[in-house]
Design a protein around this ligand. Structure first.
Ligand SMILES: Cc1cc2nc3c(=O)[nH]c(=O)nc-3n(C[C@H](O)[C@H](O)[C@H](O)COP(=O)(O)OP(=O)(O)OC[C@H]3O[C@@H](n4cnc5c(N)ncnc54)[C@H](O)[C@@H]3O)c2cc1C
Length: 429
């Protein structure tokens, strides 16, 4: 029986494992194994909501073992580190810290991306990166600890009227903007639960962007409108601000100023993990992604497919498909078809990225552009945009769980949101 191994159970990898399990695993036509370093999946575009307590990661997670059992694939928890192409094995470190080799006939690499500090001095030491669920939980803990200590200082009259909690976020992309827009609401919720003097007026949030505007993936007028929304909520948007170093007290831009910060977050740029650079002699891009052919097979080994953020898939317009959940989902679908076709000795399909638009959630509203049926893009804003943003997540869930379970999940999340959303602030002293 053919062995298909997928490394990385994220936006792309888990959808692929589920589809392959349902199609091939169910009838014992192939053995599908998913490997992930974590025990559960959480859709990455929601990480800023986990970090700010809007989303309960215990409700919206999917345990790999349970998904594997229901969709006829195997799950191994372990950290992928290398590929032995000669013997067709992936090398992982399992949860007992043992090095284990897993044989494959077809390998799919889907390990996503990490933040890119572009080698900026001090960033690695002083900044928090919103790269995975553990980082999101760590950021939430850091924020709550900071809010708590600020309240203690207020109680001891150890603050002056001008004292604020300063949070600086580098990166004016979707991650930085969505995170910034949640922070004032997080502080207000904290204040409602823990300290009546605590409110968003005591917060100073800055979004720092090196280029002349935030959200380069959106049209200029939409990005400008989102900038205005952020500014109305008291968030500073600093454009043309290139950070040259970070120190424990804040960021140091090129212009010689200092942006003082108590909490420093880095969301600028993405790259594939460093160890992917030329792993096992495969071709890689400048940002460590593995270069793939239109079929999503690597340029130097047809038995290895790559999907999602760690794939460098050049498109007809001369640019690579963007690192997005949308692209990861579309790649998973083509990869699924191509694996089936390769097993049946049929010609494979080419991956062509279809941009369906981008929507940025801004806590209680959203704004962006959508493309309907490949037509020109249309601006959306407000409740409709927020619903479309939510719909994208529920579509991902429906791909994994089916429509009925997704509806149950949606109901549970809504219930937990109403009854438990502030519990992260109340259970500690
Ligand atoms: C806050 C935020 C908001 C975003 N908003 C949007 C949005 O609105 N729309 C959009 O399209 N995209 C958005 N994105 C980007 C999107 O999340 C990613 O592009 C997408 O998740 C990439 O999918 P993937 O399958 O390639 O990787 P991921 O979803 O990141 O999954 C990678 C998986 O690999 C696992 N893994 C990593 N390294 C190893 C290893 N060494 N061994 C084993 N397992 C490993 C991880 O645990 C993870 O499960 C957002 C990202 C963030 C952080």
């Amino acid at each position: 029986m053919k062995k298909i191994v997928i490394v990385g159970g994220g936006a792309g990898g888990l959808e692929l494992a589920t589809d392959l399990g349902d199609k091939l695993g169910k009838n014992n036509q192939a053995e599908i194994t998913l490997i992930d370093k974590n025990s559960y999946h959480l859709w990455k575009p929601l990480l800023h909501e986990v970090a700010t307590g809007v989303l309960d990661e215990q409700v919206d997670n999917i345990f790999y073992a349970s998904q594997a059992q229901q969709h006829h694939f195997l799950f191994t928890q372990g950290t992928f580190s290398n590929i032995d192409r000669q013997n067709k094995q992936v090398i992982i470190t399992d949860f007992q810290d043992e090095t284990v080799s897993i044989r494959y006939d077809i390998l799919v690499v889907a390990i996503g991306s990490t933040s890119n500090d572009f080698g900026t001095p001090g960033v690695n030491e002083h900044c928090i990166f919103l790269d995975d669920q553990n980082a999101a939980i760590q950021l939430r803990e850091t924020l709550i600890t900071k809010f708590s200590s600020f309240c203690s200082m207020v109680d001891q009259n150890a603050t002056s009227n001008s004292d604020k909690i300063r949070i600086a976020i580098v990166g004016g992309g979707a991650t930085g903007v969505e995170l910034a827009s949640e922070l004032p609401h997080m502080v207000d919720a904290f204040g409602a639960c823990r300290h009546n003097k605590m409110c968003s007026e005591l917060l100073e949030v800055a979004v720092i962007e090196a280029t002349d505007r935030i959200l380069p993936a959106l049209p200029e007028d939409t990005a400008l409108s989102i900038t205005n929304t952020l500014q109305k909520r008291g968030i500073n948007v600093l454009t043309n601000t290139m950070i040259t170093k970070a120190e424990s007290d804040g960021f140091y831009p090129k212009d010689g100023n200092t942006i003082k910060a108590d909490i420093m977050i880095w969301t600028a740029g993405v790259k594939a993990p460093d160890y992917l650079k030329e792993i096992a002699g495969l071709e890689s891009s400048r940002s460590n992604q593995l270069v793939v052919k239109p079929t999503l097979q690597t340029t130097r080994d047809d038995s290895i497919f790559v999907i999602g953020d760690c794939a460098y898939a050049m498109q007809g317009n001369g640019r690579a498909a963007p690192p997005s959940a949308q692209a990861a989902h579309q790649m998973a679908k083509i990869c699924f078809e191509n694996i089936i076709r390769s097993l049946n000795n049929k010609p494979m399909k080419s991956f062509k990225y279809i941009d369906n638009g981008t929507i940025i959630s801004l806590h209680d509203t959203a704004q962006g552009v959508i493309k309907l049926l490949g037509k020109s893009q249309m601006g959306v804003k407000g409740f409709l945009a927020l619903m479309i943003h939510r719909f994208l997540y529920r579509t991902h869930q429906a791909n994994l769980l089916g429509i009925f379970k997704t509806m149950r999940f949606a109901r549970a999340s809504k219930f937990m949101y109403k009854t438990k959303s502030t519990s992260i602030f109340t259970h500690r002293d």
